[in-house]
Design a protein around this ligand. Structure first.
Ligand SMILES: NC(=O)c1ccc[n+]([C@@H]2O[C@H](COP(=O)([O-])OP(=O)(O)OC[C@H]3O[C@@H](n4cnc5c(N)ncnc54)[C@H](O)[C@@H]3O)[C@@H](O)[C@H]2O)c1
Ligand SMILES: O=P(O)(O)OC[C@@H](O)[C@@H](O)[C@H](O)[C@H](O)CO
Length: 414
């Protein structure tokens, strides 16, 4: 099963699962009803176009059926079935929060499903979170633990029968744009109402044990590792951290896509400075990091991947803490104030102040960003520790004033 059927699930976990034809996926969106309708009309199959030298199109048939998230009964029935041995998730960073009474959420659905399974037959299952969070398995485990602490038997069953595997997932997969279906049809001759476009590069690292069976994802290169933290830092700081910087600074400089932004020399220099800073704090062979950086530049500048900065800028309050702040803390511990982070925080704050932000904490952030003490309050909202850092608050404030005064960014610094 999958929860959070969208573009990324289809370019990544479903693509890996397609190499294990004895497995099929019952895939649920969170709310979207259109995508399941379109996929079911095609018996779950869809095409993935991979722009590159060959501009290949592949038909993927791993999804057996698609459901809208509102289909509660099939969700509960599927999750209670012992035939279901793995549940993958792509539900966005913001969704890893404990359920609140009376409020629908991914974790509320997960818990309702697990409770049904526990009552029905108690068959073991593995949950595989595939969102861009450090230690995503441990985060999910602690959310589940906190949510069932008042029910010792259910809590005990979860401990003994629900494995949670941590992952690092990577494959740049932009939201669909108009023209994708025509391009896929032109190249493949296949009519597809729900095509996906993704880059050629893909990576899936998994850490932890499986409580029951699983597809042989390693057939397509998934790797099972004993320690995942360093891979998570590498991916979240270098790839996603650069994305986040490019998103806020790029939008402010009038760009629309990652490709445009990284082709802007000033923004490319900002990214290099960020990577130099992050490289000081990662326990990976410097030659490997240098290679990783070179490849990222190629991936970011790839033709045919229209990755909108606005999409990446969404949910900044959920992304910045994982992508920029660990490096910020390490730099502060070494007595430095890292300029790329100061700059990124200022660009994010301008993004909020200019009313462009889309974030689960919209109202709270907009109020902080409009207040007289905007910089401190906004940073406090991101993380209490950084909001209490007077030197940082003052540096971000100076950068914000400079950005607001000039109507553009990076005009003076670089
Ligand atoms: N797109 C990528 O390149 C990429 C790469 C690596 C990881 N990811 C991870 O996958 C996630 C989904 O990316 P996507 O490109 O498929 O996006 P998408 O918009 O195509 O699909 C997102 C899915 O998450 C669901 N969702 C949205 N808000 C939710 C919420 N609050 N609770 C539960 N579900 C919610 C949506 O309904 C949809 O089913 C990202 O948030 C990220 O963590 C994406
Ligand atoms: O998908 P998000 O919203 O968590 O982040 C936006 C991008 O940084 C992200 O999708 C990357 O493209 C992806 O993580 C590459 O594997």
């Amino acid at each position: 099963m999958h929860l959070g059927l969208g573009s990324f699930h289809r370019s990544h976990q479903a693509w890996y699962t397609a190499a294990a034809p004895d497995w099929g996926i019952a895939a649920y969106t969170f709310r979207n009803t259109e995508l399941p309708r379109a996929l079911n009309a095609q018996e779950g199959a869809y095409t993935m176009r991979v722009p590159g030298e060959a501009d290949a199109v592949e038909a993927i048939g791993a999804i057996s059926r698609a459901h809208a998230g509102g289909e509660v009964e099939p969700w509960l029935r599927d999750l209670a079935s012992p035939e279901v041995e793995v549940l993958t998730l792509t539900v966005t960073e913001a969704a890893y929060a404990p359920p609140e009474p009376g409020r629908d959420s991914a974790t509320a659905r997960l818990l309702a499903g697990l409770r049904g399974r526990y009552r029905a037959n108690g068959a073991p299952i593995t949950v595989v979170p595939c969102d861009n969070l450090p230690a995503n398995g441990a985060v999910l485990r602690s959310v589940l633990r906190a949510s069932v602490s008042d029910d010792a038997r259910f809590a005990g069953w979860i401990e003994d029968h629900v494995s949670i595997v941590s992952t690092v997932v990577d494959r740049i997969t932009p939201a669909p744009v108009s023209g994708d279906a025509e391009a896929a049809a032109r190249l493949s001759g296949l009519r597809d109402a729900a095509p996906v476009v993704a880059e050629p590069f893909t990576e899936w690292l998994l850490c932890g044990s499986f409580a029951a069976g699983r597809p042989r994802w390693e057939r397509r290169g998934a790797r099972f590792v004993d320690d995942i933290d360093v891979y998570a830092s590498r991916k979240l700081w270098f790839l996603n951290g650069a994305h986040t910087l490019l998103a806020y600074a790029g939008l402010a400089r009038g760009h629309r896509t990652i490709r445009d932004a990284v082709n802007d020399g000033r923004l490319a220099a900002l990214v290099q400075e960020w990577w130099d800073t992050a490289a000081r704090h990662i326990a990976v062979d410097p030659a490997e990091i240098a290679e990783y950086r070179r490849n990222l530049l190629i991936r970011f500048a790839a033709r045919g991947i229209r990755h909108e900065l606005a999409q990446i800028a969404h949910d900044g309050s959920q992304k910045i803490p994982a992508r920029l702040l660990p490096v910020f803390r390490a730099e502060r511990a070494a007595g430095r104030l890292p300029a790329p982070v100061v700059f990124g925080l200022a660009a994010w704050l301008r993004h909020v102040q200019t009313g462009q932000a889309r974030d689960p904490r919209d109202a709270e952030l907009a109020e902080a960003a409009r207040s007289t003490d905007a910089v401190r309050r906004s940073l406090l909202a991101l993380d209490p520790e950084i909001g209490a850092d007077d030197e940082l608050v003052s540096a971000v404030g100076a950068e914000v004033r400079s950005m607001a005064g000039r109507g553009s960014v990076l005009t003076t610094r670089r």
